[in-house]
Design a protein. Sequence first.
Length: 195
Amino acid sequence: MSNKVFLSFVWALVMTLGCWAADIPPASVHVYANGAIELTDKGDGVTGLHPTWGSEEHRPKTLCLYKNATGGEWQDFEFVVTAKEDVSMRLVLRGETRTVDGQKRQFMVYYDDVSIDEKPATNGDFEAGLPDKSQGTRCTDPAVVSSGKVCGAAWADSAITFPLGRHQAGEEVKIRFRFLSGGMVDITPATPKQL
């Protein structure tokens, strides 16, 4: 059995057991703006909302989007955001936090092939590094990566951020990427790792 086949088998087993043990959370994506934005189109399985928490002033400037994971497979995640006024926006790719056995736990989500308005985003394949101001990490495990040799990895406290630029009122921004849900993150050591 080749190393790649063995690693793929181990990865599928970890993902299956992880889903049973911890109810793997969805991919969690936020769009932040300095003015009002709205979700005008969403791909299959994507749910989105303006938050009900935080100040009423900031709620129309934020979108929280989610898509449930299916066991151990890369999935497409796409949606369209429209500026309701002239705004600057940013895309934030994250993981989720869930309570497991009475303790708060963070879950890793892998991201790859990020495109904005049907063009590859700068560093959207993560081959040359993370986008500026990102806190996530790069994953080079061939059993995990969707395409190329690298993907991005994020969790709730360590997101990957893509600037979406300035947009005029009525202008749409189409966002598309791939994601794979991972397991719980051990965030106590200097180098985070999946449990």
